[in-house]
Design a protein around this ligand. Structure first.
Ligand SMILES: *[C@@H]1O[C@H](CO)[C@@H](O)[C@H](O)[C@H]1NC(C)=O
Ligand SMILES: *[C@@H]1O[C@H](CO)[C@@H](O)[C@H](O)[C@H]1NC(C)=O
Ligand SMILES: *[C@@H]1O[C@H](CO)[C@@H](O)[C@H](O)[C@H]1NC(C)=O
Ligand SMILES: *[C@@H]1O[C@H](CO)[C@@H](O)[C@H](O)[C@H]1NC(C)=O
Ligand SMILES: *[C@@H]1O[C@H](CO)[C@@H](O)[C@H](O)[C@H]1NC(C)=O
Ligand SMILES: *[C@@H]1O[C@H](CO)[C@@H](O)[C@H](O)[C@H]1NC(C)=O
Ligand SMILES: *[C@@H]1O[C@H](CO)[C@@H](O)[C@H](O)[C@H]1NC(C)=O
Ligand SMILES: *[C@@H]1O[C@H](CO)[C@@H](O)[C@H](O)[C@H]1NC(C)=O
Ligand SMILES: *[C@@H]1O[C@H](CO)[C@@H](O)[C@H](O)[C@H]1NC(C)=O
Ligand SMILES: *[C@@H]1O[C@H](CO)[C@@H](O)[C@H](O)[C@H]1NC(C)=O
Length: 719
């Protein structure tokens, strides 16, 4: 009884905390006033702990009212039995109840008094056994959620005092149900949705769904079912059937007749070896306008997709005529099988196929009747063994937007293959064997498109004038491009992003870079072998914002290397071997905001030409050999507002001897050099010293001008 004492004390405290909710006085500790929320007139959300006690609804909501009364109660650490303290009148008003607790075995006696309950949630309570038919009193129950328990035996569990009952949705997912006795759901003639997913069901021979004549959604995914045994044959109104993750090898003819009704038929991750033509055809009878029929057969053992049979085809066309104004579509997923053979009329019975996934199969030739694919928007042929594409297959696909041909064996794409496609948004041909593309006709969607030709061994690409219309992003990374002049993109006046990273380019000069003028915004040349960039190489790229040159072999620049890049915001020079960088070579970059010189073994970064830079410029200096002296000075100048150039690092260090403001740096030269080395570089140091004096003078002039001018302005302002 020790346990009860604190509760006793708490009750006393609580009674003093009265909440006046309109005309009602609600007070309780089990159901604390601050957890009682009035959502609208006579609609309440109430949270209780342990028991439901001491809650009183306003009179107007208790007696018969015109308005519907909704009382939604959640009980944590619930006691599922009712006892002397339980307020029976209040129980009788609850419409929605969620109980959370731990009960291996329960009679749920509390449910004897919740006669108006419509929605009962008993999720995740560790329940193994439910005794004494507690649901039988719930004549208004519409939704019952028993998911995430440990139920094994459900025979006789769903029985009701009054027939017909109202139960529409029953959730039993994630339990341990093995057997489905024939009468388990016999009374549930109103049921619309039944979720039995993630159980141990293997056998359906007892026709457990026989009386579920109104059922529309049946989830049996992730069980151990080998055979449907006609269990769904009586479900005339079934629309969505989920069988993913079972061991089904075969579907009998009778069951297939029901499957013809289905809007969703998901039998992925099973052991089917055959696609029967009838699996792909549909009645469409209870489909509403704009329905999408989803047929999901991925992850099976299918090797072949046969021609549609003549019966199926003729019924497709006759049905199509009946409802010529109804917009119905099909999505077919055959991915992750072993399909090597697709017959010419394989897709003929499908109405308006918009999405076809054949990825991860063994397709060598994709040659089917293009007319069956006229509506297709998404076609995934990735991860197959396709080595050539057929014009007659693609010629009717005028709606195709997303074509994935990645991971195939294409070494050649004939000029005319895509001649009739005008709506490409993404064409992905990465990981093929295309070494050159000379005049392929490609036209992209009015909103623009992406072409991915990365990982191909490509060394030559030429998309002639009038082709590649509306190509906005071109991805050419990881190819074999050593001479960039063989990639002629000068006609691509809409190209904005070009990725040439991870190729073999060694040198760049204006004649070698055949890029469109003006439009390019992003150019990636990282991970090449670039040693030299001739002056004016980028001079036509007036709108370029980002230029990546990291991971190359660059050591130095000249005047004019970056001429013309007046809009450049971000220059990445990381991972080169630029030991000495003088900002005077970057003076053309008037708009620069971010410069990375990370990991260059850089000894000298001379920022003096940037003292007048107009924009904040972050310079990433991680992993170089710049001295603390240099860093200290540049940061001081920045902090004092003399310059807008701020050295920074991606990876900050803590406070240490060789850091300034968290930026690691090299110890000052004088301390780190030995006497011997001092002699060797004495001359050089003299030179640097005199340069520094010169610099200082120049700087002084700059500040002098700045401050004098400011002072003059101020004086003028005063007048
Ligand atoms: C509940 O709140 C509504 C306003 O949202 C109010 O009109 C109504 O009177 C309240 N009812 C009670 C019983 O407090
Ligand atoms: C039943 O409970 C599970 C687990 O909380 C939840 O995912 C599911 O949406 C619930 N179903 C309904 C209809 O509330
Ligand atoms: C199925 O429903 C009928 C009446 O609709 C009823 O007679 C029969 O007992 C039910 N079957 C089971 C197994 O409960
Ligand atoms: C499938 O249809 C095509 C075109 O009508 C035909 O050439 C082919 O022989 C058919 N395949 C079989 C196995 O009947
Ligand atoms: C189906 O939707 C389309 C487009 O919204 C409309 O033109 C057509 O009339 C609709 N058909 C029916 C039968 O409602
Ligand atoms: C095509 O399928 C592959 C493999 O199943 C998948 O990784 C890829 O994302 C799919 N492509 C698209 C564009 O969805
Ligand atoms: C092309 O496919 C590859 C492999 O699935 C993927 O990594 C890449 O992002 C795709 N390209 C585009 C532009 O979507
Ligand atoms: C790249 O080109 C070289 C010759 O220029 C050739 O030896 C090599 O095989 C090519 N690599 C690929 C992946 O095609
Ligand atoms: C930079 O400093 C590291 C040691 O911190 C040294 O190993 C390396 O040789 C130096 N590089 C240059 C170019 O001075
Ligand atoms: C390096 O020299 C600067 C100025 O000469 C001095 O402020 C700084 O403390 C020195 N740093 C180290 C680590 O000796």
């Amino acid at each position: 009884m020790d346990v009860l004492r604190p509760r006793h004390i708490m009750t006393k405290v609580c009674i003093t905390m009265l909440l006046v909710l309109s005309s009602a006085v609600l007070s309780s500790c089990h159901c604390p006033p601050d957890r009682i929320k009035n959502i609208s007139h006579c609609a309440f959300h109430i949270h209780c702990y342990g028991e439901i006690r001491g809650v009183q609804l306003p009179n107007e909501c208790r007696e018969a009212t015109n308005d519907p009364v909704t009382v939604d109660v959640t009980v944590t650490d619930a006691i599922e039995a009712f006892n002397d303290n339980t307020d029976l009148d209040f129980l009788n008003t609850i419409t929605s109840l969620k109980l959370s607790g731990r009960w291996q075995q329960t009679k749920l006696t509390i449910l004897m008094y919740t006669s108006r309950l419509q929605h009962l949630n008993l999720v995740n309570n560790g329940i193994e056994t439910i005794l004494d038919y507690p649901f039988s009193y719930l004549n208004h129950l519409e939704i019952l959620n028993l998911s995430y328990n440990k139920l094994t035996d459900i025979e006789e569990l769903f029985q009701f005092q009054i027939q017909p009952n109202q139960l529409k949705r029953l959730f039993l997912a994630f339990n341990a149900i093995q057997e489905l006795p024939g009468d388990a759901f016999g009374e549930l003639t109103s049921l619309v949705e039944l979720d039995l997913s993630h159980n141990q069901i293997s056998d359906l021979t007892e026709e457990p769904f026989y009386n579920l004549t109104k059922l529309e959604i049946l989830r049996l995914n992730d069980n151990k079912i080998k055979d449907l045994n006609g269990a769904v044959n009586c479900l005339q109104y079934l629309k969505h059937l989920y069988l993913r993750g079972n061991q089904i090898q075969n579907i009998d003819e009778e069951s297939l007749k029901i499957i013809k009704h289905l809007e969703t038929f998901d039998v992925s991750k099973n052991e089917l070896e055959q696609v029967k033509p009838i699996m792909l055809s549909r009645h469409w009878d209870h489909f509403t306008n704009h329905s999408i029929c989803k047929i999901i057969l991925s992850g099976n053992l299918i090797t072949s997709v046969p021609n549609a049979s003549s019966i199926e085809v003729s019924s497709r066309f006759s049905r199509n005529l009946d409802k010529h104004n109804v917009h119905l579509y099909t999505e077919l997923d055959l991915s992750l099988n072993s399909i090597s053979n697709i017959e010419y009329n394989a897709f003929q019975s499908l109405i308006r196929l918009i999405s076809l996934d054949l990825s991860k199969n063994k397709v060598i030739d994709f040659k089917v009747d293009g007319n069956d694919l006229a509506n297709i928007k998404y076609l995934n042929l990735s991860n197959n063994y396709i080595s050539r594409l057929y014009f007659e297959t693609f010629s009717s696909m005028t709606n195709l937007q997303n074509l994935d041909l990645s991971y195939n064996q294409l070494d050649f794409v004939s000029d005319m293959t895509f001649n009739s496609n005008y709506n490409f948004k993404i064409v992905n041909m990465t990981h093929n064997l295309i070494e050159k593309l000379d005049s392929v006709h490609l036209t992209f969607h009015p909103e623009g498109g992406v072409l991915d030709l990365s990982n191909n061994g490509l060394y030559r690409l030429n998309i002639p004038y009038g082709d590649g219309l509306r190509l906005i992003t071109l991805i050419l990374h990881s190819n074999n491009i050593s001479d960039p002049s063989l990639v002629d993109l000068s006609h691509h006046t809409e190209l904005q992003t070009l990725d040439l990273s991870n190729n073999l380019i060694g040198e760049l000069d204006p004649s070698r870079l055949k890029l469109p003028e003006a439009t390019l915004v992003y150019l990636d040349l990282s991970y090449n072998k670039i040693q030299y960039i001739a002056p004016s190489t980028f001079s036509t790229l007036r709108h370029l914002k980002t230029l990546r040159l990291s991971h190359n072999y660059l050591t130095k620049f000249e005047y004019g290397t970056f001429a013309g890049l007046t809009d450049l915001w971000h220059l990445d020079l990381a991972y080169n071997t630029i030991g000495y960088l003088d900002s005077k070579y970057l003076m053309d970059l008037k708009y620069l905001h971010v410069l990375s010189v990370r990991s260059n073994d850089m000894n000298v970064l001379d920022l003096s030409s940037w003292y007048g830079h107009r924009f904040d410029l972050r310079v990433y200096v991680d992993n170089n050999n710049l001295t603390c002296e240099w860093l200290g000075k540049v940061l001081r100048d920045f902090n004092n507002g003399y310059t807008k150039v701020k050295p920074t690092v991606l990876v900050a260090a803590g406070k240490g001897p060789h850091t300034v403001e968290g930026i690691p740096c090299m110890a000052n030269e004088s301390q780190s050099l030995t006497d011997a080395s001092r002699y060797v570089i004495a001359d050089e140091r003299l030179l640097i010293t005199s340069q520094k004096i010169l610099e200082a003078v120049r700087e002084q002039n700059y500040y002098f001008e700045k401050y004098v001018l400011q002072a003059i302005h101020k004086e003028v302002g005063k007048d």
